[in-house]
Structures are given as structure tokens and as C-alpha cells.
Design a protein. Structure first.
Length: 185
């Protein structure tokens, strides 16, 4: 298993294009199963739509419709201020705090589709109480694609309180026998 640092060490300079390049280097022309959460889920779907070496996908609260959802999340005046200033504070789930991110992410994302079309089997986990990526986006996406299985969970965007059912679902989806996860804490 490889867990690449998708921002390449430069969160402020983040772009979809740059993150896809990180995924491409990690896959390195080998068969792969991709897992991703939130923006990482969107990136996994984008990459799979462009690379037949991806065999399966496991997506957690994927940020589908990422390019078009900026207008839903930020009022026009904030988007203009972000464009003008060049950076904007965004909540970073990994560091659990605000981090500056450049407007180039918004501009670069416009080159990519909202809902990547891939043919590989995919399993999506989505929390029914997600206030970051509306669960309805995953519902609609999965309903139109026979290769996608959606598992709704009584959780939020982070899904950290449903690790056991997700682990069990991943093992079943990959058709492998898995040991029970060791509790954290």
C-alpha cells in the first residue's frame, strides 16, 4: 500500500493537475486499486477514468462535482476576493485547521469534469450527515452507474466513527479475508 502526499508538499499551490501527476507516479504503470476520501475520492475517480490499470475504486465521501461546487460553497463576493488576493483559508481535515490555498485550484479544476466516467467497479461510502459533500451527490452518481455500489452510513464527512463497517465492506468488495481492525486509542 502506498499513501502519496497528494499536495506534493505544497498545499497552497495545490491543483487537480498536480495531484493527478502524483497519483500517476504512485501507480507507476502497474495495476492498482485506488482509495480516496473527499477530494482524494474525486481524484481517484478522475484518474480511473483516464487509466485502465486501475482495477477497482474505494471512495469515501468523494467530492464529486468538485469543479462546479465552488459557487455553492462560497458567495460570489468571497470568490472574487479569493481571486484578487490569490489565497483563501480553507479547512484542512488532516491538520484540523485553516490553511491557505491558492485560487489556481479553482481555475485548474475547470478543466476537469464534475462526474468522471470510469468503467471499473467502485464502492462508495458516504455519511448520511455529511455537511461538506452532500450525500445526494453520491446517491445520484451511483444510481446512474451499474458499476458503482453505494453504502450509506450513519456518520458525517470524516467517517471516522464507522471504520469497522467500512473495513468489513472493503474486505468484501475486494473479496479478501481481513483481520478485524485494531481499535485506536
Amino acid at each position: 500500500m502506498e499513501i502519496p502526499e497528494l499536495d506534493g508538499g505544497d498545499f497552497t499551490g495545490l491543483t487537480i493537475t498536480g495531484q493527478l501527476e502524483v497519483v500517476e507516479r504512485a501507480v507507476a504503470r502497474r495495476p492498482a486499486i485506488l482509495m480516496g476520501s473527499s477530494l482524494g475520492g474525486y481524484l481517484a475517480a478522475l484518474f480511473a477514468s483516464r487509466c485502465a490499470l486501475v482495477e477497482k475504486l474505494i471512495l469515501m465521501a468523494p467530492a464529486l462535482r468538485f469543479p462546479s461546487r465552488w459557487q455553492e460553497r462560497y458567495p460570489a463576493d468571497e470568490m472574487e476576493e479569493w481571486r484578487r488576493k490569490g489565497v483563501w483559508p480553507i479547512y484542512h481535515f488532516g491538520t484540523r485547521g485553516l490553511r491557505p490555498i491558492g485560487y489556481q485550484l479553482v481555475e485548474d479544476s475547470r478543466a476537469y469534469e464534475d462526474e468522471p466516467e470510469f468503467s471499473q467497479p467502485a464502492l462508495i461510502f458516504h455519511g448520511m450527515h455529511d455537511d461538506v459533500v452532500p450525500v445526494e451527490i453520491s446517491r445520484q452518481y451511483a444510481a446512474r452507474r451499474p458499476n458503482v455500489t453505494l453504502r450509506l452510513l450513519d456518520s458525517d464527512h470524516e467517517l471516522t466513527d464507522v471504520l469497522e463497517p467500512m473495513w468489513s465492506g472493503v474486505c468484501q468488495f475486494l473479496d479478501i479475508e481481513c483481520a478485524r481492525p485494531v481499535p485506536q486509542g
